[in-house]
Each structure stands twice: as structure tokens, then as C-alpha cells.
Design a protein around this ligand. Structure first.
Ligand code: PEP
Ligand code: MN
Length: 300
């Protein structure tokens, strides 16, 4: 743990909002004024001018599935595939349809990488999986449920890979930026923050568990110079709403997107209401490319 010699580390006036003292003494790195571009490869950069799209299924269900998806995405020019081999689930029971593919799933992702040249995002759920992830993942995702798992953040940071830090659905931006600062203090500044929906009294549909906090994207962009991305799929939980939430995220200034897709959504082993099918994904991509130009951004 780093000790900073600063006058204001106590919680004398605790607040949910971010104060000047927070910025100066608790969040100095994450709020530093210099723009940080997160480079994954020569042509994949998260920055003010670029907007990479991360797409793929929820879980790496099978070799066949992940290859089918990767080939389709590649054809559309998508360069980053997501898919989790290690899955945090809200409830401890799994449907008989879904088995966590674990290391075998990572082996399939490895093959996909070699075959398509795509970059891979997978979620790090526990430190014990880190070594295996490092062999394949180009970006580590810290899921919302682990946003404040400080030991996990520290170890992820030490890997030196780019990290997507997802906001917990009950966390303030102050808490999220505190978690981000934990990553930065370990010396890894390849940090990408992700808005993925918050718990809210009203989500306007019984199946929608969370509410995409578009305002958080705007607020974060005002506060920090790290890339901020949006995951409308996990926020709305409802595929028909995802396209418009993608467009609203672009309008809010996001620097990247996570969009869940699946060749046969209703038979997706996890969260079948959430992924777009191939055709729907393609349409969203075409429109997003046009829209992002209006905001001086290029989809990469
Ligand atoms: C996911 O990306 O599949 C996921 C579980 O995300 P979140 O942590 O936002 O729920
Ligand atoms: Mn998911």
C-alpha cells in the first residue's frame, strides 16, 4: 500500500460526489489532465478520436460457437472479440446447458486468435486464473462484481496488460475512480473504464435488471482523460433496446463499446435475452459508423 504525504486522507466529510480534495489527494493519477490513449495494437487504440468495438458472446460456450462468431466479426472488420471462459454468475447454480469452459475455453480463444488475428478480452475472476489468461488475453476485464476486489486489481495491474474496469452496478463514480486509482498506483496506466448499468428503482421493463447510466459517461469524460467505454448489453439486458443505447453512448462521448452477440440468441447458454443476432449486430455497426463521424470519432 502506498502512503501519500497529503493533508486530506481522512473521511472527515464523506461524500458521494467528487470534491476538489478528492481530485488532489485521493484521485491524483486517474484525474491527471493528460490524455491517455490505450494502445492494444497498431490499429486498435482507445482514444479521443477512435472507438474500438468489442463484440462476442457472453461465455465461450464451445469451440464451434466461438469460431463461428469470430469469422463473422472478422468479416465485418471487428478486431476485438470477447467471451469469458471463467464466468461470475449471480446465482451459484448453473443450467445443465452451460458449463464454464475454463482453461479449455482459453485454448479455443487461442486458436481463434491465431486463425483470425483478432485480439481477445476475457474476464479475470480470480487471481488463480491470471497465469492462464496472460497466455491468451490482450485485455483483461475486471467485472462489475469485482470492481473493488483490491488484490485482484493489484495483480491485474502488475500484468501490464490493458485493463477494462467495469463499474459495479451500485457504485458511485467516486468509488469507481478509487478502484481505478488502485490500478494506476501499481504502475499500469493502460486503463479503460466501462459503464455497464446501475441498479435503479425503475428500469422500465421487468427483464431489464440495470439502467445504462449515460450521464456517467458524460460525467467521467469531464473528470478524467482515460478512455471510457459503454456496455449497453449488460445494462439493459434486453436486445431490442441495445441499438439505441449504443447510439446514445456514442452521442455521450464513449471511447469504445462492448456489444454482446450470438448466432442464436435464444439458445445462448447465459442471458439469452441480451445478445444481438448477426444481422442485428451488422445493422448496429453500419449506423454506428455513420453516427460516430458526427462526433469526430472513427470506429476501429
Ligand atoms: C460480462 O461482461 O460478461 C459481465 C459479466 O459483465 P458485468 O461484470 O458488467 O456484469
Ligand atoms: Mn455477461
Amino acid at each position: 500500500m502506498k502512503i501519500l504525504k497529503v493533508p486530506y486522507l481522512s473521511n472527515k466529510e464523506p461524500t458521494k460526489d467528487i470534491t476538489k480534495d478528492d481530485i488532489n489527494y485521493k484521485l491524483p493519477k486517474v484525474t491527471s489532465k493528460k490524455e491517455v490513449k490505450v494502445k492494444v495494437s497498431k490499429d486498435i487504440i482507445f482514444s479521443k478520436k477512435t472507438l474500438p468495438i468489442i463484440a462476442g458472446p457472453n461465455g465461450v460456450e464451445s469451440r464451434e460457437l466461438i469460431f463461428k462468431i469470430a469469422k463473422y466479426l472478422r468479416k465485418l472488420g471487428i478486431k476485438i472479440i470477447r467471451g469469458h471462459a471463467y464466468k461470475p454468475l449471480t446465482f451459484p447454480y448453473r443450467s445443465s446447458q452451460y458449463k464454464e469452459s475454463l482453461d479449455v475455453g482459453m485454448d479455443w480463444m487461442d486458436e481463434v486468435k491465431k486463425y483470425t488475428g483478432m485480439k481477445v478480452v476475457t474476464e479475470l475472476t480470480e487471481i488463480k486464473y491470471l497465469d492462464r489468461l496472460l497466455k491468451t488475453s490482450d485485455i483483461l476485464q475486471i467485472g462489475s462484481r469485482n470492481m473493488q476486489n483490491l488484490e485482484l486489481l493489484r495483480e491485474a495491474s502488475k500484468s501490464k496488460l490493458p485493463i477494462i474496469l467495469k463499474r459495479h452496478f451500485g457504485a458511485s463514480l467516486r468509488d469507481m475512480l478509487g478502484a481505478a486509482e488502485h490500478i494506476l498506483v501499481e504502475g499500469n496506466n493502460k486503463l479503460i473504464l466501462c459503464e455497464r448499468g446501475v441498479s435503479s428503482p425503475h428500469t422500465h421493463r421487468s427483464t431489464s435488471r440495470f439502467m445504462l447510466d449515460v450521464q456517467a459517461i458524460v460525467a467521467l469524460k469531464e473528470l478524467i482523460k482515460y478512455p471510457v467505454i459503454s456496455d449497453p448489453s449488460h445494462a439493459s439486458f434486453w436486445a431490442p433496446w441495445v441499438p439505441n443505447l449504443v447510439y446514445s453512448s456514442i452521442a455521450a462521448g464513449c471511447d469504445g463499446l462492448i456489444i454482446e452477440m450470438h448466432p442464436d440468441p435464444k439458445n445462448s447458454a447465459v442471458d439469452p435475452l441480451q445478445p444481438l443476432n448477426f444481422e442485428q449486430f451488422k445493422k448496429v455497426l453500419v449506423k454506428s459508423k455513420k453516427l460516430s463521424k458526427l462526433f469526430n470519432k472513427e470506429i476501429v
